[in-house]
Design a protein around this ligand. Sequence first.
Ligand SMILES: [Zn+2]
Ligand SMILES: [Zn+2]
Length: 124
Amino acid sequence: MSAALTRHHESSVWLRGRLADLATRLTTGQYATCGHLHAGDLAGVAFWEPGFLMCERCARPNNPTGDEKWTCDRCGTVNPDDCTSVATMLADNLVAMFGLCTACIRREGVVTPDDLRTELGGGR
Ligand SMILES: [Zn+2]
Ligand SMILES: [Zn+2]
């Protein structure tokens, strides 16, 4: 499972930790779902709520509100002017969602904010 989860990305220690936690939850059944997922469906999981898998429709309204929306999931900084929503495909049917401040995006070396805007269709 962990190989499948990390194959698309050269993970940092932080991201590997999150993915290892996620893989443990998935393989040991320590998670809940929104109740709409069927085998093969695209599922989303947010790092701020790692024990909950959502279908595509539930993932959108469940986008974080309040401080969670502006919290960097890597360093914990809360800054409305500096938090980029990231969605990354972990495996064929699993998408992870999290927020990163600019400094952490650089630390992760994942993508630049411009790449993200392009990938996310121009909004955040
Ligand atoms: Zn759902
Ligand atoms: Zn950060």
